[in-house]
Design a binder for this molecule. Structure first.
Ligand code: RAM
Length: 363
């Protein structure tokens, strides 16, 4: 039995490696991932930078201790190593602030790395230091949480922000029968990705079909477990009639799932949003979160890794129409986004009781 589970976990890993997230329902594609070219003698020599050393690729996530961020960085590392492109530097500050990231970027500029990829803690505050990096010849791209177009060459987007925002409102509305108070439990108030999704949630709520739903508050748990827990408790206290919570952050989802479970609120306050299957399986199974959405965070990092390589070797400049091959994800194209250019991973995926068991060991 144990052995069977292990084999299952390994094959799920292969499925994961092979799949970008499919549509809002159904299974991921079941094609096998091509094995990395790691046989003796076949191993690619790390590409060299201008100074003749191995190229160095840095990734800075929003903050440390976030399992989603760890998966994203895992995917980034996988891409760089699989391609034999050079060395990987992974960083995440203790606090989810722009200041902490600015300090890390300054250090990376001093170290003369070749590429900086970043999930930004602020769309604009990083502009001076990221421009400084680009002026020093460092290729800069953002992923997951974007920085403004002047601060980057291209952005790696996990899924269409409009779709991500609207689908969460549609979900909560269905869960609460189209009536009652709802709240949003977000990450930080400056997070680019969450703020864009919340804008789309508000646009969706303008539809007359949601006339009986009231968004009472957007709370910020800062992607910190404790703060997200206390913010959930505060919402329940301030709004005793609250019917639903949308948490467009994996950290917020896990914290809210635990609070609602501990308080026995399953079936009374519905939870949905963007959750990590490994953290949310318990709350999907116990009914606290009837269903939720996410994309594959490893794939976000993996795509970012290949985009970083393509920027570093000059295959792309970040201009719309640029094309490159992103390993097992195949050919990808740089497209025009609302602001600047981006590379799109895919669609959000729906996790529900019927499929959560098979995903919880994957990410
Ligand atoms: C958290 C982070 C991340 C976001 C996910 C959904 O882990 O805020 O940036 O993409 O949630």
């Amino acid at each position: 039995m144990k052995k069977f589970k292990k084999i299952l976990a390994l094959s799920m890993g292969a499925v994961l490696l092979a799949s970008s997230l499919a549509g809002c329902a159904g299974k991921p594609a079941d094609t096998a991932a091509p094995a990395p070219n790691k046989e003796a003698g076949n191993e690619a020599k790390p590409a060299e930078n201008a100074a003749g050393g191995a190229k160095r690729y840095a990734f800075i996530f929003k903050s440390a201790g976030n399992p989603y961020g760890e998966k994203q960085m895992e995917g980034f590392k996988l891409a760089i190593e699989e391609a034999g492109a050079g060395e990987v530097i992974l960083k995440a500050p203790a606090e989810p602030t722009a200041e902490a990231q600015i300090q890390m970027i300054e250090e990376l500029i001093a170290q003369k790395v070749d590429v900086i990829a970043i999930s930004g803690n602020d769309p604009d505050a990083l502009e001076p230091v990221l421009k400084k990096a680009m002026n020093a010849g460092i290729k800069v791209l953002s992923a997951d949480s974007g920085v403004n177009p002047a601060s980057r060459m291209v952005h790696v987007n996990q899924a269409d922000p409009e779709r991500i925002g609207r689908v969460q409102v549609q979900a909560v509305s269905e869960m609460i029968g189209g009536k009652g108070q709802i709240a949003v439990l977000s990450a930080t108030s400056q997070a680019t990705n969450q703020n864009i999704w919340i804008e789309w949630m508000k646009k969706e709520l303008e539809d007359p079909k949601y006339a009986d739903i009231e968004l009472v508050k957007v709370a910020y748990g800062d992607d910190l477990r404790d703060k997200s827990t206390s913010e959930t408790e505060a919402l329940l206290k301030a709004y005793p009639d609250l019917k639903g919570i949308i948490a467009p952050t994996t950290v917020g989802m896990a914290a809210a799932g635990k609070v609602l479970t501990d308080k026995g609120l399953s079936g009374k306050v519905a939870l949905t949003g963007l959750g990590l299957p490994s953290e949310m399986a318990e709350y999907i199974t116990n009914g606290v979160c009837p269903w939720m959405y996410l994309w594959n965070p490893i794939d976000v990092g993996y795509l970012t890794g290949y985009a970083a390589i393509a920027l570093a070797d000059g295959t792309i400049t970040g201009a719309a129409g640029d094309k490159f091959t992103a390993g097992r994800l195949g050919e990808k194209e740089v497209i025009t986004a609302g602001d600047g250019t981006e590379i799109m991973l895919g669609d959000p995926f729906k996790f529900e009781p019927a499929n959560i068991e098979e995903w919880k060991s994957v990410y």
